[in-house]
Design a protein around this ligand. Sequence first.
Ligand SMILES: *Cc1c(COP(=O)(O)O)cnc(C)c1O
Length: 382
Amino acid sequence: MTRLQAELERRRRAGLYRRHRLLGSPQGPEVVVEGRSLLNFSSNDYLGLAADPRVAEALARGASRWGCGAGAAHLVCGHTEAHAELERELARFTGRARALLFSSGYLANLAMLTTFCGRGDTLLLDRLDHASLVDGARLSGARLRRFRHNDSAHADRLLAEAKGRKLVAVDGVFSMDGDLAPLPELARSCARHRAWLLVDDAHGLGVVGEGGGGSLEHWGLGREEVPLLMGTLGKALGTAGAFVAGSEEIVETLIQQARSHLFTTAAPPALAEATLRSLEIVRSEPWRRERLARLVGRFREEAGRLGLPLGDSLTPIQPLIAGSNERALAWSRRLEERGILAVAIRPPTVPEGSARLRITFTAAHEERHLDRLLEALAELPR
Ligand SMILES: *Cc1c(COP(=O)(O)O)cnc(C)c1O
């Protein structure tokens, strides 16, 4: 057996093997997976916009106007009027001076951490922060410290010992747990220790806050408390890509220095047209957030009554903690037999011993979909 084969075999035995599921349909509450129709409780398409015909139409119109590829990096000749308009709208939506597009949230996080931190500086991350923040921290060369999940007192103690420029980076809504970071406390610590606070709002933007403004709207925080804000476009906004919103100097510095802005091709301009359309829908259709809140409320009430191991989340991300990888996989398989897609999430995406089903709701789900989910969950072996 080769070394690679042995390693693959080890993963299989540990219940850690992963594989691609093949979808044969667009995103939606019902998807076709390898020929079978399943009720989908695994996507991040929180507002149900990924396959919205108005957004798809904007993409198609964009493609007839701009063609497909951007053809170059933003700083060469790939930055179109469509990109610029989307950046202006995102700045307006987040109430900041400027916004800068990236091809993905992963790249946006690498950009911020490597640009605003380096050798001799200190970066503080929550233990449950997204992997792209961890990778950005490593790439930055700064000293990396991790604080206990949502423990702002711990973060404050680490900040007191920190050297150089200091930056605290957290998920606004934690991707695998759905709980919110205690941003007001973290912002106070940052102000006390002259540190910058960075919020990765991949799961908050469009979903949290009355107007869908995200975690900062929810907590009533602004540019002074949180100078660095990252939002992704591939989740609630239903398209793809990401942006950083901040002051004039922050965005100009990223343009000059961020390697994941400089050395990558701009996303297709048609995609910017599609995102402009979905941003309009995020603003004008608050019923999507209201529907989500109703579904989540009912799910928590009834799942609680069934004694299911709910997490501490009020967002559309509702983990059911199984513990072992085998148990999470068994639950997921059992649901799939009942026609429900709820993917098992295992280490290293979540800490050892906390494998789970990550159930997510979207504004496209209906009460009858939730009925079916609850019926199937009631029958899980425990
Ligand atoms: C999904 C996600 C990212 C990465 O965004 P992509 O655009 O998918 O690369 C970054 N941070 C968090 C918290 C995420 O959930």
